[in-house]
Design a protein around this ligand. Structure first.
Ligand SMILES: NC(=O)c1ccc[n+]([C@@H]2O[C@H](COP(=O)([O-])OP(=O)(O)OC[C@H]3O[C@@H](n4cnc5c(N)ncnc54)[C@H](O)[C@@H]3O)[C@@H](O)[C@H]2O)c1
Length: 431
């Protein structure tokens, strides 16, 4: 089976490399020429554990993977063409911006010369895959293609493992032929007994948004509970643990913090709500989640502002939206740092891998090579991302470097007593 993947972001590139690992001849296509040139030389454009090894194995050794910036030359022999382009939020109305999906669909239609499955892996609102079918069907005969929805659930930071060992695979099809091709494609996962859900196309599209929105709801829920804990002197970490041990609730996505971020949850929550609105359905819970997350940064910054005087020097440890990635899209830590900068604070920062991406957008921060250096002479330390290397920082050394011993542990990775013993004023989240 020959595969073509259009869009070499996190989803496209990880999918491409993992399909090559399954043994499929795979071409990954992107209209970003410099990205393709660097991929051809084996360089992954983002930090993702394990990607460099997988890329070099399948580029240089098995030669199952190749890259191209020309869709027309690359998709001709493909049995399956995946659409994995971005679907960002439209500023105007919070809907998913599908312009990349539409333009790729037209390009695909103009270049198919034999039967192909067109598979949407990008996260798209319900109805999009059928719209893709209309676009392609207006250019070529219906016999030459079928459309499928195959949403992706990988997480940045553990993307390869998530792709190779997913909790489930969702396949939305409208006929047996395409269902069988997709089942054959994922046969290597059947061997590992991965549950595969065959659904209608519409159901598959909704599964993805409902899943992300539910996880975002869990996060916002525990964040509001954290506010109550802070107000009454309770401990949200104990609340989470006791709740999470209940199998009906589960302990994942139940850690209080500065709000959800990243390239998916914020835009998917908004798009889910606005898509439902188009069908006169009010997803009021989802709307409340979005609003709750939006004001989170303001709430956290108010806490910092009322405890650290303006024009002070702050040290931000962690910039990426979560550990093990250099992605800073919608990162709560970066948003908070920039908001505090606008309020008159000076920002020192350090992140193990996300500094280059942050520098491109925020020349107003001071960047340092280690956490210790970023803490020199500061009035407060803010732990924005729970990188493992921040979990056991040498605070007896750091206490000698800082000007004022104050810490805002937004991810609750330290014990209050541990830091108070060293003379720090400790502010956790919800405890
Ligand atoms: N990032 C994640 O963790 C994740 C997880 C699951 C699902 N998703 C979804 O997958 C989709 C892709 O996300 P991503 O993070 O990989 O996006 P991304 O922004 O990192 O990458 C998208 C890529 O598509 C390319 N592209 C855009 N238009 C193109 C065109 N006309 N022709 C060829 N290439 C084109 C861009 O140059 C870019 O390299 C989104 O819908 C997202 O919601 C993302």
């Amino acid at each position: 089976m020959k595969l073509a993947i259009v869009g070499t972001g996190y989803v496209g590139l990880v999918s491409g490399a993992c399909f090559a690992e399954f043994g499929y001849q795979t071409v990954c296509i992107d209209n970003n020429i410099s990205r393709i040139e660097s991929l051809k030389s084996g360089k992954c454009p983002f930090f993702e554990p394990g990607m460099d090894n997988l890329l070099s194995k399948h580029l240089k050794i098995t030669k199952l993977l190749c890259f191209s910036s020309s869709l027309s030359e690359s998709i001709k022999d493909s049995d399956i063409v995946f659409i994995t382009v971005g679907t960002p939020s439209r500023r105007l109305d919070d809907q998913a911006d599908l312009s990349h999906v539409w333009s790729v669909s037209k390009e695909i239609a103009k270049n198919i010369n034999k039967y192909s499955l067109i598979v949407t892996k990008s996260t798209v609102p319900v109805g999009t895959s059928k719209e893709i079918k209309k676009i392609i069907g207006s250019i070529i005969s219906d016999d030459l293609f079928d459309v499928v929805s195959n949403p992706e659930f990988l997480r940045e930071g553990s993307a390869i493992d998530d792709f190779m060992r997913p909790d489930r695979v969702v396949i939305g099809t409208e006929n047996e032929k395409s269902k069988n091709i997709m089942k054959e494609l994922y046969r290597p996962l059947y061997l590992k007994e991965t549950p595969v859900f065959s659904t209608s196309i519409e159901t598959a599209e909704i599964i993805k948004y409902a899943s992300n929105s539910f996880l975002a709801t869990k996060i916002s829920f525990i964040n509001e509970v954290a506010d109550l804990c802070e107000a009454v002197g309770a401990n949200v970490q104990d609340v989470s643990k006791a709740m999470g041990i209940d199998n009906r609730i589960g302990d994942k996505f139940l850690n209080a913090g500065p709000g959800y971020g990243g390239s998916c949850f914020p835009k998917d929550v908004k798009a889910f709500y606005s898509t439902a609105k188009k069908f006169n359905v009010d997803l009021s819970i989802i709307n409340a989640v979005h609003k709750s997350n939006q004001i989170r940064i303001k709430k956290i910054s108010n806490k910092i502002i009322s405890n650290v005087k303006k024009s002070s020097l702050l040290s931000f440890l962690g910039l990426s939206f979560k550990p093990n990635t250099d992605d800073i899209r919608e990162s709560s830590s970066v948003k908070l740092a920039n908001y505090l900068f606008e309020q008159g604070y000076t920002i020192n920062c350090f992140d193990p891998v996300a500094m280059e991406n942050t520098k491109k957008e925020f020349s107003n921060f001071n960047y340092f090579n280690t956490a210790q250096e970023a803490c020199n002479n500061v009035d407060a330390i803010i732990i924005g991302t729970e990188w493992n290397e921040f979990r056991a920082l040498n605070f007896s050394e750091i206490s000698k470097l800082v000007k004022t011993k104050k810490i805002f542990d937004l991810r609750n990775i330290y014990n209050r007593s541990q830091l108070e013993r060293l003379g720090f004023e400790y502010h956790g989240t919800g405890k």
